[in-house]
Design a protein around this ligand. Structure first.
Ligand code: CU
Length: 367
């Protein structure tokens, strides 16, 4: 019998659960000089869609230039309920940024002079003080450019964090989004084999705390800061007034439902910047789910519901096997059906009787 030290390397030795070379997470990152790397510009788009990108890449890391412009805007989050939304690029959540591990993100943050507040950005994907928050603080009328290296793969929240109680006030006014840092070789399934997805959607759950007047009517304010004292009082109840997917009630249901075809492998990325949630796809499962959003870990399989811890994003792939309208929701069903944390996916294709069939139609009880 071979002793351990003489044993030939088995196929699994030197491999992690994803089938990539085994290196400790403590390994120093490569020390290339980003000043010598190619720059590319990524045009960001509003969720639930993602910008153009490759699922797997080869070659040297690049510097990915992105621009976020802060927009303080009145937003009707439910019929008759208008808040001052604080946004990155005008949407709640802000746009998904996509890069590959060891790429550099070069962000220009613009705070137009028409805004009234100071803003910044804290990237959970970044390494260093305040996730870039201190380096990116801008007054109205200013812009700033910061760069960070995306050393860890996964999906990560970013959010405004201007300090103290302003942090939850800005985050719960919509100022959060996510970045996906893909492994350079792309995603791997539970057996370490490459997995390619056909489409991807970014769905963020947003909790809002809208103050009411004495008569129970939601209040409106002339400018964002006017709402802050009243919002702080609602915060202390720890009870949101609205829990909504992608910023506005109904933004992912009915005519706005997401679309897919039978056979599609769909990547769903869901973030919650402030509060825990739990996601479920009615009529489907999480074929693969990267808990905590970490692509460095082997994905879990076949979950019925999966957690998104407040301040994180989670990635899930499901291959649709049946047509129909699916609900993608927060499985606290009160939060889904009374508060609004629900999306729909309309899937077209051929029904498979083998997977589900009605054996006899509804009729009178016969025995
Ligand atoms: Cu802000």
């Amino acid at each position: 019998m071979l002793s351990a030290c003489n044993q030939p390397k088995s196929s699994n030795q030197g491999q992690n659960s994803n089938g990539t070379s085994k290196t400790t997470v403590f390994a120093p990152s490569d020390k290339e000089n980003p000043d010598n790397l190619k720059h590319i510009t990524e045009d960001l788009v509003a969720p639930p869609f993602l910008p153009n990108y490759e699922q797997a890449v080869s070659g040297d890391p690049v510097v990915v230039e992105v621009k976020l412009t802060v927009e303080e805007k009145k937003l009707e989050i439910a019929p008759g309920v208008k808040i001052w939304a604080l946004t990155f690029n005008g949407s709640v959540p802000g746009p998904m940024i996509v890069v590959h591990q060891n790429d550099y993100v070069q962000l220009t943050l613009v705070n137009p002079s028409t805004n009234s507040l100071m803003h910044n950005i804290d990237f959970h994907a970044a390494t260093g003080a305040m996730g870039g928050g201190d380096l990116s603080l801008v007054n109205p009328g200013e812009q700033v450019t910061i760069r960070f290296k995306a050393t860890k793969s996964g999906v990560f929240v970013y959010h405004c964090a201007p300090g103290g109680t302003m942090v939850p006030l800005h985050v719960t006014s919509g100022m959060n989004g996510a970045i996906m840092v893909l492994p350079r070789e792309g995603l791997k399934d539970e057996n370490g084999n490459s997995v390619h997805y056909d489409k991807a959607f970014y769905i963020a759950e947003q909790d809002y705390y809208v103050p009411k007047d004495d008569k129970g009517k939601y209040k409106e304010y002339a400018k964002p800061s006017d709402a802050f004292d009243d919002m702080s009082k609602v915060f202390k109840t720890l009870t949101p007034t609205h829990i909504i997917f992608n910023g506005v009630t109904g933004s992912l249901t009915g005519k706005n439902a997401l679309k897919a075809n039978v056979g599609d492998k769909v990547l769903f990325i869901t973030s919650q910047a402030n509060r825990d949630t739990r996601i479920h796809l009615i009529g489907g499962h999480a074929d693969l789910v990267w808990l905590g959003g970490s692509f460095n870990d082997k994905p879990a399989t076949n979950y019925e519901s999966w957690p998104v811890v407040g301040g994180s994003a989670v990635a899930m792939i499901y291959q649709f096997r049946q047509p129909g309208t699916y609900a993608y929701l927060n499985h606290n069903l009160i939060e889904a059906f009374f508060f609004g944390a629900v999306a729909q996916v309309k899937v077209e294709g051929k029904w498979d009787d083998n997977l589900m069939k009605q054996i006899s139609k509804q009729g009178k009880i016969t025995n």
